[in-house]
Ligand binder design. Sequence first.
Ligand code: AMP
Length: 173
Amino acid sequence: MQDLESYIRDIPDFPKPGILFKDITPLLADPAAYARAIAGLAAQVGRPDAVVAIESRGFLFGAPLALHWQVPLIPARKAGKLPSRTVRQVYALEYGEDSLEMHADGLSTGQRVVIVDDLLATGGTAQATAALARQLGADVQAALFLIELEGLGGRERLAPVPARSLLRARVSG
Ligand code: AMP
């Protein structure tokens, strides 16, 4: 998986000063590398009953995984985007708060689900998504990420849900 790292571009100070943004678009532009990433992610966990993918870059990994496993794809979206009845979870950002929603009929009791996003940083986004899935009675087996930023406590925050990632980067400074 080492070579996949070369498809991730570091963009300093985006979207604001001090953030080193991990740009996955070079990976998306190379079908062979993208396919290796999906196969690598699929190999991290057993086939779940459903994939919960987080808006928006999580869709880029969650959708091919759901097709790979032939299981339902359930989107977790920013508030106000989903048209039918929803459940909502509010979570804290560095400054302020945000919220995520899922359709109330998206998951059912006892379903074993895997959460998918492109990147794990502080874990707040994935933790809120796990809480949504649990609100609907699902059993969150694992959270899958292409990239994990180490040193921000994301993995610890998600525990006891195991975090699995293909690539790891240390956050410095
Ligand atoms: P967090 O909730 O702190 O774990 O942040 C994870 C979410 O924010 C994911 O949906 C990522 O797409 C996005 N994100 C956070 N930090 C970065 C970064 N340095 N580069 C790219 N995306 C990021």
